[in-house]
Design a protein around this ligand. Sequence first.
Ligand code: KG4
Ligand code: ZN
Length: 345
Amino acid sequence: MAKILGIESSCDETAAAVVEDGRSILSSVVASQVEEHKKYGGVVPEIASRRHCEDIVGVVSEALERAKLTLEEVDAVAVTYAPGLIGALLVGVNFAKGLSMASGKPLVPVHHIRGHIAANYLAHPGLEPPFLCLVVSGGHSHIIEVKDYTEFHVIGRTHDDAVGEAYDKAARTLGFSYPGGVYMDQAAREGNPAAFHLPRPHVDGCPYDFSFSGLKTAVINLVHNAEQKGKTLPVNDVAASFQQTVCDILSPRLMMAAEEYGYRKIVLAGGVSANSGLRSRLESDCAQRGFRLFAPPLPLCGDNAAMIASQGYYEYRAGHLAGMDLNAVASLPVDPQTLSSSDKR
Ligand code: KG4
Ligand code: ZN
């Protein structure tokens, strides 16, 4: 039995959680800064760092309290060290180092995307690698072979915007507040997905890769053209057409990759996995092919620390520990976990 304290501060959520054996959540606390960033239309890194500094002590204390544990009773401290906003990551990393140094507990560095994937272990007790995973978040869009708990191979990626980023930018153009993905999703349910034909680009020579910047630009052009002509755009129809296009880009590539690489277990992860259109499209496309689809429950789709503690457990079990020289890294591939040799003990 290993109880892992997880800490997450890569973007605009300060979070801490305690998870047992990678699977059971003993506590999970998330302090969101969304309201503060809303008025700027996106995350302001300096504000994010300051808020993390203000919130982290309270959030970590509450996670331990709710789990009815002291720091001495946890087995390791896991922390998101990459990728993300550097100033935001540093708050969590330094706090985790302090806890590790004070308690003598091992320090476990966790890659944020690996954490998103692990959110599924918390919700689906029988889920074990290998499986094929579609990770769609505000900063990343990947098709990843999860060969083992700590072994990953990226087979598809975005060449420009991440899906969540495209959602948020299109949403902003349509007048929704930040982060607009969830509002686009709500609007899409009321609209006609065939109202507008938006671009579904292919990336030459990379059958599993995607590109979303053209889709975002197409929405911007629709809005500008309507403005110039003094017309009102049917926002729900634009949102529905956008969502249809996202599904038409993602699902066929994921299905093709599963067939080609021989996976029958498909996993969805990341903030955009909360999207109702994507979930139902993948459910039906997977059912048609006899694939099993796993997706996180809505509270575990977005950033949280339970997913970091879950992945932290598997990294800890694999001996992937860090020393006091652990640093935050703004951008880092999910495969392989490139720790410097001094970080590997
Ligand atoms: O994984 P996440 O919480 O943060 C990152 O690691 O980036 O993802 C946040 C992204 C945002 O772009 C947000 O708009 C999007 O997830 N999102 C959604 C929905 N809920 C959150 N996008 C589309 N539909 C949703 N229901
Ligand atoms: Zn995330």
